[in-house]
Structure formats: C-alpha cells, structure tokens
Design a protein around this ligand. Structure first.
Ligand SMILES: CC(C)(COP(=O)(O)OP(=O)(O)OC[C@H]1O[C@@H](n2cnc3c(N)ncnc32)[C@H](O)[C@@H]1OP(=O)(O)O)[C@@H](O)C(=O)NCCC(=O)NCCS
Length: 290
C-alpha cells in the first residue's frame, strides 16, 4: 500500500506526539542521553502547540490510515530562514523511506514559499538522520552542545557594561542591527516574543549595544560582540528556560568557562543548513531551531 502525505489535523496530535516520544526515546536510551521528548504528554503537547502556531506547517505520513511519522516547517518572518523540525518516524517504520518522503514534502513547501535558507538542529547520535539530511542537501555548519546548569546570578560579574531588559521598539531595533552584522539577518520575531515574555536582555557599552539574548534557554538565541559580553548575558540571566541552552562546541573559551561554572553537557547536536550561510562573525548562541 502506498504512503500518503497529508496535513496534520488537531486530532492527529496524539498519534504524532506518541511517535515523537517513542522515536526519541529509542535513540536516547541507546546512547544514554536524556530524551529531547521526556514523556508522551510532552510529545503530544509539542504537536498541539505547533498546530496552533500560524507560522508552523506540518504534514504526516500514513499507510492504510496508520500514522508513521510527521514533520514541521517553521517561518520566523521577516527572517529569511525557514526551519525544519521535529521530524520523527516510528521506529518500526524506519528504513522504508518515510523520513525521506516527509523531508521532501517540507523542502518542497519551503521552496514554494521562496525560502532558500533552510536550517535544522540534528541529533548527531542518530546516524540515520545525519545521512538523510546530508542526502537531502543539508551541510553540517556547527557542532553544538546543550549545556545544563544553574543560573549564574551569584557569581562576580566584572563587566562594566550596562545590562538591562529589552524594553521597547528602539531596543529591538538596535539588537536587530547587531544580529544583522553577525548573521546577515535579524531574528526580530523571536526577539519580540522574548521581550513580550519579559526574558529578553541586552548589554550596552558607552551607548552601543554589544550583545543581547532572546531568553537564555533551548528556544532562545543570543549574539554578542565578544565572549565577555556573552558571559555577562549568561551571568545576568535570571533563569535558564527549558532543559538548557545550546552553545557552539567550537567556542572553546565559552564551553570551558561553563565547565568551570559547573555546567554539564546534556546532549550534543548539529546545526545543518541548506542555502546561503554566513559564518557568524562574533560569538553567538543558537536556538533549537537555528
Ligand atoms: C531520523 C528519522 C526521521 C529517519 O527516518 P527514516 O524513515 O528511517 O529515514 P529514511 O529511511 O528515509 O532515510 C535514512 C537513510 O539513512 C541511510 N542509513 C542508515 N544508516 C546508515 C549508515 N550507517 N550509513 C549510511 N547510510 C545509512 C538509509 O539507508 C537511508 O538512506 P536511503 O533511503 O538512501 O537508503 C527516524 O529514524 C527518526 O524518527 N529517528 C528518531 C528521531 C530523530 O532522530 N529525529 C531527527 C531529529 S534530528
């Protein structure tokens, strides 16, 4: 029987969420990592929240009415980047090309919407996904580490910079300019969402913005002019949102500093991209998306 790809409806959330949980549990238990999807409820709620997001688009794969897997594509207007994930296939359906069909559907959707920069964060312990993404055209850009630990509010901050929340449109606009200079585009939607949640912070030196964080956590991102500013953003964050935050593993100085401050690695990940990519020119923290 042929495989059917169709849009995910609200009452598919349970099946898709259970598969997401099962697929991640199988991989994480094989490697001894905590699972990215810690419970079935988490997996189901994740699918539900994505279905409610007007910037997310999802399809599932089914055979004879049985759901085998699902995938999502996200936009962050006006960012020129579209992001894929989560992609999950039930372990019993692996090897049947389900992952490839879902990925082809998401890429087609991205291209139809004129996105040429497509990104995702891959779990490197899973060889199948690395192979699948590479065959679909993704290039490995940045090995990442999810760092887990306690907020560092109590350690001595020697920076003389002015640290404060992102408060208004002007703050957003200067942070956007910094992001553009580092990545080539702004991440305004995510920054505004973090500002509205009261978790966006920034640093200024002599009236010039030198770093900002759209929340410190797995869904947050940060850019800074130097590691000193990035450290100050981490030190001044009142909370770590979610299971931790991603750091580029190649940033030896920052990773080593986090180890010295009792942070541990939760799990590794890879930032992979299709299309134009500007190597960030200064230190940054990526989100789970890109
Ligand atoms: C990753 C995942 C979606 C892949 O789904 P899938 O249906 O098994 O994927 P496909 O079979 O279409 O593609 C896997 C490819 O890897 C290839 N492959 C697997 N192991 C390989 C290896 N060791 N070396 C080289 N190729 C390998 C397969 O042959 C296949 O390529 P082919 O179709 O050209 O033969 C699925 O395994 C999953 O849900 N895993 C758990 C959750 C997860 O890790 N999601 C991705 C998060 S980044």
């Amino acid at each position: 029987m042929s495989l059917v790809i169709r849009p995910i409806e609200y009452n598919d959330a349970k099946n898709c969420g259970k598969i997401g949980y099962q697929a991640h549990k199988t991989i994480s238990s094989a490697h001894g990592y905590p699972s990215e999807q810690p419970s079935e409820e988490f997996g189901i709620e994740l699918i539900r929240s994505l279905l409610e997001n007007p910037n997310s688009w999802g399809v599932l794969a089914e055979r004879q009415g049985k759901t085998l897997g699902s995938i999502f594509l996200h936009k962050f207007p006006p960012s020129p980047v579209a992001v894929i994930g989560p992609l999950t296939v039930h372990p019993s359906a692996e090897g049947g090309g389900v992952g490839r069909m879902l990925m082809d559907a998401a890429l087609t959707q991205a291209y139809e919407q004129n996105y040429d920069q497509i990104r995702l964060v891959q779990s490197p312990s899973h060889i199948r996904s690395f192979v699948l993404y590479t065959k679909c055209g993704f290039t490995l850009r940045e090995p990442l580490l999810l760092m887990q630990g306690q907020p560092l509010k109590n350690i001595n901050n020697t920076s003389s910079a002015n640290f404060h929340p992102v408060r208004n449109d002007n703050d957003v606009s200067v942070c956007n300019e910094l992001c553009k200079s580092v990545h080539g585009f702004s991440r305004e939607l995510e920054l505004r969402q973090a500002k509205d949640q009261g978790v966006a912070t920034m640093i200024e030196q002599d009236g010039v913005v030198t770093g900002y964080a759209a929340g410190l956590g797995i869904l947050g991102h940060a850019v800074a002019k130097s590691n000193e500013e990035l450290k100050a953003l981490i030190i001044n964050a009142s909370a770590i949102l979610g299971p931790g935050f991603f750091v580029p593993a190649r940033n030896h100085e920052l990773v080593n500093w986090l180890f010295k401050n009792a942070f541990q690695i939760g799990w590794p990940a890879n930032l992979m991209t299709i299309g134009p990519y500007q190597d960030p020119v200064t230190p940054f923290l990526p989100s789970l998306a890109y």
